[in-house]
Design a binder for this molecule. Structure first.
Ligand code: UDP
Ligand code: MG
Length: 316
């Protein structure tokens, strides 16, 4: 497509303690940029932006070094660790470029999908989702929980692209729209489909982490998963009402039955089971209901404070 003007692309890579992978990631991304530039598809100002999410290792020094070696490498340093979603948002909202592509630092997102994402952009898509064709490099646990979770989200009416994480291309105007979403409890893959625009999908095979360890321990993953539910669906709140309704109906029926036994028969014995069992059951149910309400309450609490979602210490 030689007639199309070269695109100014910026690859956004959040990094948390990624010293083990950075040199190789940078090498591969720059090679990809070089290839696309030779083909005349991207312009000479195209770049890679590493977002250092408050790493405790040499990640930032490495980014500075890489930037000295190659002018196409840029960096944003957050003042402390704010989590993957916030680091990604910092990159998306502050980096320049006609087109931004976000991807993980560990090369799990196959960079060969990037030219295909550009194809879709040239065909008019504003947002191009990288979707995993296979998940066989994930652990069984991750695969199973992910499938159950995405199914649950769909049941809750949350519009998400299945098997898509945060490997995606976004046009400048879709990024401008993203800026207007002010929420603090970030779950980007829930927000992006709300932007609208023309979207496309590019499939890729998820690779194994190139080096180092996952920076997403189970607890962090759980926190993200809960954000996906509580920030995008109020169905759990409706559940409480439905549960409450069913239970009141059931207890009314049991009440009538008990009255019948008491007055119409001679079977009435002072029973503890009928008192104790509903007590535990109802206690558990009340706690569950309180927990669900707490999930929303805590998010309303943090949203109303409108604290900054990221703080940039410096950029290069
Ligand atoms: N990451 C981040 N901040 C964090 C945790 C992770 O910026 O607090 C980045 C990490 O450096 C990587 C991406 O998020 O580029 C995905 O993390 P990881 O590969 O460890 O997650 P996994 O692939 O195991 O789900
Ligand atoms: Mg990874």
């Amino acid at each position: 497509m030689a007639s199309i003007q070269p695109i100014n692309i910026n690859l956004i890579v959040p990094c948390y303690n990624e010293e083990a992978v950075l040199p190789e990631t940078s090498r591969q991304l720059l090679a990809m940029l070089g290839k696309l530039q030779v083909q005349g598809r991207i312009d000479g100002e195209s770049r890679v932006t590493f977002v250092d999410d408050g790493s405790r290792d040499r990640t930032w020094q490495m980014i500075e070094e890489l930037s000295r070696q190659d002018a196409r490498v840029h960096g944003i340093k957050l003042s402390r660790n704010q989590g993957h979603q916030n680091a990604l948002l910092a990159g998306l909202l502050s980096a320049r470029g006609d087109v931004l592509v976000s991807l993980d630092a560990d090369l799990q997102d196959d960079i060969d999908a990037i030219p295909r994402m550009l194809d879709e952009y040239e065909r008019g898509a504003d947002i191009v989702y990288g979707v995993r064709a296979r998940r066989d490099t994930d652990t069984v646990f991750k695969r199973w929980t992910a499938r159950a979770y995405y199914g649950l989200l769909r049941k809750f009416g949350v519009d998400i692209v299945p098997d898509h994480a945060d490997f995606r291309l976004m046009s400048r105007r879709s990024l401008d729209a993203l800026r207007d979403f002010r929420e603090v409890n970030l779950f980007l893959r829930g927000i992006i489909p709300m932007l609208g625009f023309r979207t496309a999908i590019v499939t890729y095979d998820r690779l194994s982490r190139f080096a180092g360890e996952s920076k997403y321990p189970v607890l962090k993953m759980l926190a993200l998963a809960l954000n996906g539910i509580f920030s995008f669906s109020t169905v759990p709140l409706q559940w409480i009402t439905v549960f409450g309704f069913i239970l009141s109906a059931a207890s009314m029926a049991i009440g009538i039955w008990a009255l019948f036994i008491r007055f119409a028969t001679t079977l009435a014995i002072p029973g503890w089971a009928s008192t104790v069992i509903p007590m535990y059951f109802l206690g558990g149910l009340q706690l569950l209901a309180l927990g669900i309400i707490g999930g929303y309450l805590s998010r309303i609490y943090s949203e109303t404070k409108q604290r900054p979602r990221f703080i940039i210490e410096k950029s290069i």
